[in-house]
Design a protein around this ligand. Structure first.
Ligand SMILES: CC(C)(COP(=O)(O)OP(=O)(O)OC[C@H]1O[C@@H](n2cnc3c(N)ncnc32)[C@H](O)[C@@H]1OP(=O)(O)O)[C@@H](O)C(=O)NCCC(=O)NCCS
Length: 141
């Protein structure tokens, strides 16, 4: 197994990250474009964490802390590199960041039908809270 390491994304990584999500992530979101990820990295440098194996991008997670909550997004590992502990390493790096910044509880939105993700989140110590439902409103056209 090739050794993997994690680091914060830099502005020069963003095109590769967007391309990576097309093959590795579950679904896409309204922020999935160059302007969206640029804004993330500009506003919260360190929030986008990458995993690499021999310099190749193999995983991502967004660990966003707004001073109040610790939100996890875009946990994704290259389809050919799964079950090697990369997802766990990304979550460990995210949690380290949260604790360093004063965060107290990690929080992730996980699709009900995404059973693989359920296994991974549970293995990392997360559990669902069935009493909540996501409420949203589009702010742009
Ligand atoms: C979810 C995902 C990020 C997990 O990444 P990963 O690098 O394969 O995870 P790890 O190797 O660190 O797995 C950690 C543990 O999670 C559990 N797990 C992970 N994938 C699993 C699977 N397919 N089936 C059962 N258990 C699984 C296991 O307990 C595993 O430990 P083990 O391999 O020692 O048994 C990866 O499957 C992925 O990118 N999926 C598509 C994107 C996605 O759905 N992301 C989540 C959005 S909420």
């Amino acid at each position: 197994m090739i050794e993997s390491s994690t680091r914060s994304a830099r502005p020069g990584d963003l095109d590769a990250v967007l391309a990576f999500w097309k093959t590795a992530a579950e679904g896409t979101s309204i922020s999935d474009d160059r302007a969206g990820v640029e804004r993330l990295v500009a506003r919260d440098p360190g929030a986008l964490i990458l995993a690499e194996q021999a310099g190749e991008l193999v995983g991502t997670v967004i660990a966003g802390f707004d001073g109040w909550r610790c939100h996890l997004y875009r946990l994704a590992v290259h389809p050919e590199r799964r079950r090697q502990g990369i997802g766990s390493a990304l979550l460990a790096a995210a949690e380290e960041r949260f604790v360093r910044l004063g965060g107290r509880r990690g929080d992730a939105m996980v699709l009900v039908r995404n059973e693989t993700a359920h296994h991974a989140w549970r293995a990392a110590g997360y559990a669902p809270e069935e009493k909540w439902r996501r409420w949203t409103k589009p702010l742009t056209d």
